[in-house]
Ligand binder design. Sequence first.
Ligand SMILES: [Zn+2]
Length: 136
Amino acid sequence: MLYTYLEKRKCVHCGKPLPDQYSLGRTHCKPILLANGKWSSCKDKKWSAIRKVDEVEFRNIKNFQKNMYQRIESLYRQVGEIVSVQQIDKFGINLMRCVELAVSKDGQNWEYRFVTYGFQKININTFKIIQHGKTF
Ligand SMILES: [Zn+2]
């Protein structure tokens, strides 16, 4: 078949021109049969690139929360359940990056929840470590 490229369509993955003769629904290059007998397609490549980014991001979040969990555990073991903001800082715990912030309806009780543990606000400078057991 003789291909023309007047419509200037391009593969959304690699940017190569797509022939006008391809059906309008086709937005990627046609799969290519490689020498090893496997098919390679821009569509698959695009999705595996997206999945890879997701995996890296989720792994980073998991590692961060695992690290927070370990820090909270050692804070709890060394200081006990009532802790100050300074002690939380000293152990490198970042309340702003909790998994869930639970605020009671009247706005009186604030709880910064991490995996298994949470920090209940007692006053501006003091928190109580609670074990809610939730792993989300
Ligand atoms: Zn392509």
